[in-house]
Design a binder for this molecule. Sequence first.
Ligand code: ATP
Ligand code: SKM
Length: 295
Amino acid sequence: MEAAAGLAMQSRAVGPGPGRRSGALGGAGPARAASLRVGGPAAAAPALRARAARPVAPLCCVQTSRGHQSLHNSVDEALLLKRKAEEVQFELNGRCIYLVGMMGSGKSTVGKILAEVLGYSYFDSDSLVEQAVGMPSVAQIFKVHSEAFFRDSESSVLRDLSSMHRLVVATGGGAVIRPVNWRYMKKGLSIMLDVPLDALAKRIAQVGTASRPLLDQPSADPYTAAFTKLSVLAEQRGDAYANADVRVSLEELAAKKGHDDVSQLTPTDIAVEALQKIKNFVTEHSMASGPFDDL
Ligand SMILES: Nc1ncnc2c1ncn2[C@@H]1O[C@H](COP(=O)(O)OP(=O)(O)OP(=O)(O)O)[C@@H](O)[C@H]1O
Ligand SMILES: O=C(O)C1=C[C@@H](O)[C@@H](O)[C@H](O)C1
């Protein structure tokens, strides 16, 4: 399918809202404009301007259905995040970061934090597909068109993003299944957020499964529907997720921090760990094969 519709996109301040539906992108760095052409299913879509995400407050909270979940536990944690970002910024050399992982793994939440501290722009590939196709939700795209149609558009979006720099991209949970998408994502650095299935199912059950067509089974309660289907997907996709350059395991991180449960980890804890792992990766990569600058 051929490129067809232009998406006029403008970077804005990024905000760590509870989910990606708050906007397709935000720019944590200096404002700049980019034009992205999205192929295939976007044929009939008009040029769209992405909505701005809410500006970030340095020590704010994520609102969850259970109340307020702290984004940073303390000023110290916020400073640690900033310091880690500064340590890795130079070596990243503008390379894009792609977050991969199952539905509900926190790609959007953590992605916005990473974009903010690295001075990168934040994009959500599902939202970009929605804009390109001209439909308000992935669920509707699946219903009106098909999963295959959605996957084609997702690949087009990733292809176009892959020619850009200084982006954090929260990818769709299934983006890993197409080898061609890895060709695009390997132009940057990929991070897998590895979250236990019961934690994922709990998070998803809190908001319901309607926005996630692969999990939506009206006959089952949301937790059971999510857990059952996520188990199958995790089994099918294990190898594909393992392609990521870096893996952040919430179970390992919780154990390291002395927590009983991954739910005690804040999004900032996870972002700090992701930055540390990125640092280790770029350091090893530079030592093994020269400077990490083959952009
Ligand atoms: N560390 C965390 N602890 C508890 N809840 C979290 C955490 N990170 C994200 N969440 C919550 O889990 C839900 C899913 O998070 P998010 O939208 O960031 O995941 P995602 O990987 O982008 O999902 P999807 O691919 O399905 O869009 C949201 O309600 C979010 O507030
Ligand atoms: O895991 C998946 O296959 C999906 C995840 C979502 O992010 C969407 O991309 C879509 O619902 C499919």
